[in-house]
Design a binder for this molecule. Structure first.
Ligand code: NAD
Length: 421
């Protein structure tokens, strides 16, 4: 599909990203041509993904790779396997990656990919076949200095290993073409927990600056996957009480704090439903939003916090966007009016892409880092970005999200101008 059609799709499905873009572009006084340039994806590839299923019949899936902007470096972003992954969603997510990489100041642009399939319905062999077929079709736009995928919803380190193998079959062994790999294939120590760890670094800094101490505070989390489970674990280690957690099937509430180490083992390591754990009152995903808390952490899907659903009734001190785009623009405005700070996704959940960057650096250097080095550098990068956003919000009297956009858009626009056209 052409870039114009992709951008139109983006306007339909990725509207969350767009309206916030406009606010920041106004504040920066960006020229009309620059706004157009930064809105549209640089390149958008749609492919068919034919796969022979275990039954013997051929299935043809739809796959996408969108490179939104590469002015600051190779494009970077995950690959998602989900039945509803369409091009509009992928464009929106690729755009967010451009702002995220710019905000935390790593030398990458933004990309995202997706295959419209339900990985839970695929056998391991079918999953591998989908991955190899998709990689063959998009490999022409990939490369360690061109576009570097990573895991996202529905994909994992094993999927990245197959992608690496398929790409390397053509280009020679190229570990830096993908991040989020298994350790034995050049993955980085600390990558698995990096996003959750980063979320809690941001919460810690906010707690220190704004007097909402983590110790003894009440945390509510939607989603107990890679992000949510590690947020729960690290927040618990710092003395916070994680009082409610849900996954796709509902979850649990316990006002004294859930037993997070055991729940982590049960739901994250053993992949069992949160609601099947003993030690709290069963709750639905809708009931989760009504629980009063200090920190509310959406860590599952986009668009879950809206005016119609919950924005007027949510009772938290700080909303911490661990998921991508969990808050609609209208809900965002409501929180501004209600005086509830929203820590924006592309700051809060940037820990994953920061450690992906470290993984790429280690692959290019052919020299692995210690876990201590990874975590020290992660904290440094994230806290630098956090401080810049905090100070910009303060200086311009704008929300944290607008401040983050102003910084990110400004950096990408500067790179575009310097490179010329
Ligand atoms: P994951 O697949 O590991 O976990 C997702 C969790 O959300 C699971 O517990 C699942 O049961 C739950 N969930 C799914 N549908 C739900 C629903 N309808 N209601 C309630 N819960 C539901 O995914 P993840 O990697 O933890 O990613 C979570 C979010 O964080 C996504 O928005 C993703 O884009 C974003 N994110 C992830 C990373 C990363 O490094 N993993 C980095 C940045 C952003």
């Amino acid at each position: 599909m052409c870039a114009v059609a992709a951008a139109l799709n983006h306007m339909r499905s990725g509207a969350i990203t767009l309206s916030q873009f406009d606010t920041a572009a106004e504040l920066l006084g960006l020229e009309t041509y620059m706004r157009r340039l930064l809105r549209m994806p640089f390149r958008s590839v749609a492919v068919e993904v034919p796969v022979r299923m275990d039954s013997g019949v051929f299935e043809v899936f739809r796959g996408y790779r969108v490179q939104h902007n590469g002015a600051r470096g190779p494009c970077k972003g995950g690959i998602r396997y989900h039945p509803e992954a369409d091009e509009g969603e992928v464009v929106g997510l690729a755009t967010t990656m451009t702002w995220k990489t710019a905000l935390v100041d790593i030398p990458f642009g933004g990309a995202k990919g997706g295959v419209q399939c339900d990985p839970r319905q695929l056998s391991p062999r079918e999953l591998e076949a989908v991955t190899r077929s998709f990689t063959r079709r998009i490999s022409i736009v990939l490369g360690p200095y061109r576009d570097i995928p990573a895991p996202d919803m529905g994909t994992n380190a094993q999927v990245m290993a197959w992608l690496l193998d398929e790409y390397s079959a053509r280009a020679g062994y190229t570990p830096a073409v993908v991040t989020g790999k298994p350790l034995s294939l050049g993955g980085s120590l600390g990558r698995e927990e990096a996003t959750g760890r980063g979320v809690v670094y941001v919460m810690e800094s906010y707690a220190r600056d704004f007097g909402v101490p983590l110790r003894g505070s009440r945390v509510v989390i939607q989603g107990f996957g890679n992000v949510g489970a590690f947020v729960a674990q690290f927040a618990h280690e710092l003395g916070a009480k994680v009082i409610a957690v849900t996954d796709v099937d509902g979850g649990l509430h316990h006002d004294e704090g859930l037993d997070i180490p055991r729940l982590f083992q049960h739901a994250y390591r053993e992949r069992k439903p949160v609601a099947a754990f003993e030690g709290g009152e069963p709750i639905s995903n809708e009931q989760l939003w009504a629980i009063p808390c200090d920190w509310l952490v959406p860590a599952a899907l986009g668009g879950v916090i809206s005016k119609e659903r919950n924005a007027l009734s949510i009772d938290c001190k700080v909303l911490v966007e661990a998921a991508n785009s969990p808050t609609t623009p209208i809900a965002d405005k409501i929180f501004e009016e209600r005086g509830i700070p929203v820590l924006p996704d592309f700051l809060v959940n940037a820990g994953g892409v920061i450690v992906s960057y470290f993984e790429w650096v280690q692959n290019l250097q052919q020299h692995p880092w210690s876990l201590e080095q990874v975590n020290t550098e992660l904290r440094r990068k994230l806290i630098t970005a956090y401080t810049a956003v905090r100070d910009m919000a303060n200086e311009k009297h704008v929300s944290w999200r607008t401040a983050a956009y102003v910084i990110a858009l400004g950096r990408v626009a500067e790179a575009e101008r310097l490179r010329g056209h």
